[in-house]
Design a protein around this ligand. Structure first.
Ligand code: EPZ
Length: 422
């Protein structure tokens, strides 16, 4: 099993290209199920999760060709021949549940395995089910599978989500594009990945308004066409690499970054004393002198501080001047990285959804274990400034959401390598 060894110390300098967004691509790919016409995605990230979604779509009868080294995905669903998303694939990646809405809308029926438990929280699908039932679907749970059908086709309706869930918004918006009549989705999620999805669906002929706001209106159409769409920049990969110079010192330019994607995050970096400049190429981040200031962080739905940057932010605050309090409000079990950072000499006290981080002068390298995608990269970030070597094991988590992570970090001067340890 692969591990990553980081030798801390030394400022960073250079440029890091930011890839297309995993969480946009994972909802854009199932959109192909809505149409018989080809859908092509450009600027696709090269990640194991994209391979899993490709495997899932292929199992339903869709054709997915990965071109230009994986940066282009040419897809077609003119010949769907299976409407069951099997547990064997779904258990590998929760986002598999994003085929439910499109299949139901296009085929009138779908059988999708429930994903099961996850390291960061229970993550049920009740909000997805409520919304699709509001559009007239009949959904039953049998033997761990959701059996969904809409014999007469889906019908537009007004529905308010109890929580602004990203996945429930995406499934409902996709389903509503082919429903009879108008759907008004209230308390919808506003994440940039949803805006990107709607822009793509509109190119396919969907009639949608309000993306990026809490109310999305979808006027159903009889059929959708094809399109070519460029995947939006990955704001979580962007935020992650912006923290590298913040933690290790120096200046790094994140190519393709835009402040509008990470506004709340940039406000926190500013409070810490980190400078962020936007220019033609992207975002230039630098930390010149002295310790960073402690800040409090609360994770929120967009446009608030993203939960997917909480672990990485904790790595920064471990060596801040003072005490920081991080409150995780989106997932009930997303501090698994804290005990690993404590192994590196951090002082962190976790009580339920609150983590109190008492800044220390310097972390010390140690063997640590990745528990989930964002936790894994937070340990690498912490290792960049730690004394000595940090050995991060179980890095398969990382491959799900970060492409070429060793090349990107070493490209700006980090001492990092991927090894196979017994
Ligand atoms: C998306 O997950 C992202 N994944 C997550 O990124 C991200 O953390 C999350 O949104 C929040 O921003 C993808 O886009 C593939 P939610 P999703 O539905 O859609 C509860 C990463 O690191 N909930 O907005 O699953 C749920 O349990 C991943 O890239 C219900 O209770 O998130 C959670 O506590 C991790 N019932 C909260 O809502 C439901 O039916 C937010 O979930 C649905 C969700």
């Amino acid at each position: 099993m692969d591990s990553i060894i980081v030798t801390g110390g030394g400022e960073l300098d250079g440029q890091i290209p930011i890839a297309g967004a995993k969480n946009a691509c994972l909802t854009l790919m199932p959109a192909t199920l809505l149409s018989e016409e080809p859908l092509t995605l450009t600027n696709a990230p090269r990640l194991s999760d994209i391979k899993t979604m490709t495997e899932l779509l292929s199992s339903l009868g869709a054709e997915v060709s990965s071109l230009q080294g994986g940066k282009v995905l040419a897809m077609s669903s003119h010949n769907l021949n299976n409407h069951t998303a099997h547990y064997d694939i779904v258990r590998k990646m929760r986002a598999s549940n994003l085929v439910l809405g499109p299949m139901l809308a296009r085929l009138g029926h779908a059988i999708v395995s429930l994903p099961g438990g996850c390291a960061i929280g229970a993550r049920p699908m009740d909000l997805h089910i409520d919304a699709l039932e509001a559009l007239g679907a009949e959904i039953e749970l049998k033997d761990g599978y959701l059996h969904a059908q809409a014999p007469g086709g889906l019908k537009g309706a007004t529905h308010e989500l109890r929580f602004a869930s990203v996945g429930a918004t995406e499934n409902t918006v996709m389903a509503a594009t082919l429903a009879k009549g108008t759907t008004v989705l209230k308390n919808a999620a506003r994440e940039p990945e949803i805006v990107d999805l709607v822009r793509c669906l509109r190119k396919m002929g969907a009639q949608i308004d309000g993306e990026g706001t809490s109310t999305i209106t979808i006027q159903g159409v009889d059929r959708l066409g094809g399109a070519t769409h460029q995947v939006v920049t990955d704001r979580i990969e962007l935020g992650t690499y912006m923290l590298a110079p913040a933690i290790a010192g120096g200046t790094v330019e994140c190519l393709g970054g835009r402040i509008e994607l990470v506004q709340a995050f940039c406000e926190k970096l500013d409070q810490c004393g980190i400078s962020v400049e936007e220019n033609e190429a992207g975002l230039k981040v630098s930390r010149k002198n002295g310790r960073i200031r402690a800040v409090d962080v609360v994770t929120e739905v967009f446009p608030g501080f993203p939960t997917d940057l909480q672990a990485q932010m904790m790595a920064l605050l471990c060596t801040a001047d003072g005490t920081s309090v991080l409150e995780e409000k989106i997932f009930e079990n997303r501090f698994m990285h804290a005990p690993e950072l404590v192994r590196m000499g951090a002082e962190i006290d976790v009580q339920g959804g609150l983590a109190t981080v008492h800044g220390v002068d310097r972390l010390k390298g140690a063997p640590v274990m990745a528990t989930d995608l964002r936790a894994s990269v937070s340990l690498i970030l912490a290792g960049l400034a730690a004394e000595g070597e940090t050995i991060v094991s179980r890095v398969y988590h990382l491959d799900r959401g970060y492409e070429q992570v060793v090349r990107k970090f070493s490209g700006v001067g980090a001492k990092i390598e991927r090894v196979q340890l017994k």
